[in-house]
Ligand binder design. Sequence first.
Ligand code: PLP
Length: 430
Amino acid sequence: MDQHTSRELYQEANEHIVGGVNSPSRSFKGVGGGTPVFMDRGEGAHLIDVDGNRYVDFLGAYGPMITGHAHPHIQAAIAKSASEGTLLGTPTVLENTFAKMLKEAITSLEKVRFVNSGTEAVMTTIRVARAYTGRDKIIKFSGCYHGHSDLVLVAAGSGPATLGSPDSAGVTKNIAAEVVTVPFNDAEALERALTEWGSETAAVLVEPIVGNFGIVEPEEGFLEKVNELAHANGSLVIYDEVITAFRFTYGSAQELYGVQPDMTAMGKIIGGGLPIGAYGGRADIMERVAPLGPAYQAGTMSGNPASMRAGIACLEILKEEGVYEHLDHLGKLLEEGILARADRYRLPVKINRLKGALTVYFTTEEVKDYQGAEDSDGILFARFFKEMLDQGVHLAPSKYEAWFLQTAHTEADITFTLDAVDQAFQNMRE
Ligand code: PLP
């Protein structure tokens, strides 16, 4: 595949943009290096690069593009905003409409606030939880990514609960000391952490279905136990549903498992491809936020008409009948097809799939926590990633990420992808 223009552009990008990318996950560092492909445009479930090569896209821009690219309904919504003004700096009726839609879909949201990214949403839930409880610490789970605010950029230690150490330069030891990290799906470790630090713990922060070391579901009873233990300690439960909201059902993981947190952070899909974040939860907690309460949070771009319209349009598409069944059906075809080929070529592959999202791990063990994902074979994954890219299938360049199905994907896309998997596995055996 001729990708010479991407290589030239990447060279140029490195002269002007740090590392040539505006988000580190877009670099190919996680797959042993190489040149990220520069895309020219998206068309449905496909991406077309600057050399004219076409790819079936399973990155979905790391989650938001559940409808595929340039969906006509979302295009029309954005065009309307462009003609009516994309930023007015006042309240608009669109914010009411969208807030009501979110509340109808996710019943634990009594009050919401729109922000501009998942990072902002999570960061603010933590601030509000601290304001509400008067406590400083949070407990999070190893390997879960919650955006790049200081507090959640803390090393994911496995094994016994540990007080965090900074995961990024620039995050102070004092900040990291406010974070306790325990393994996902390990209620006993959470209980031990709460026994030790419970009286100081404002909130337990969790992705109810992990999306950041691949797709990892909570074991039966785990989310209930998180609620029980946190609440017994007077701590709040915050769900980070930045990936999961509207990914698996019209609503959130809360609707899937029947468990409700005190606060929820959202992002990605709810923006229909434009920048967005939102957080919400119990009214008595949310009322601690300015202008009603002492916890300050603001944003020039928050609730802007363009993001509101794109988000509303996206949810309208997702509300149509059969959408999630379609994603599940294609996800199942992919899972079964990949496993059959792994078997044929005797490659160690495990797949974690929930409906239209899945992760392919090169390992012989089931992956239930971060350690399991970390132990999967990164070298085999890197080889697989490059083989797939060469054949026109666009995956995330990291063994920890998910494949995201889109409403625009067709069975023909899956057949094409499985043929590519076949060839990739065959080449990997040689
Ligand atoms: N929370 C989760 C679970 C995420 O996956 C991400 C981003 O990948 C974030 C928060 C941060 O969202 P954003 O990149 O919009 O700041």
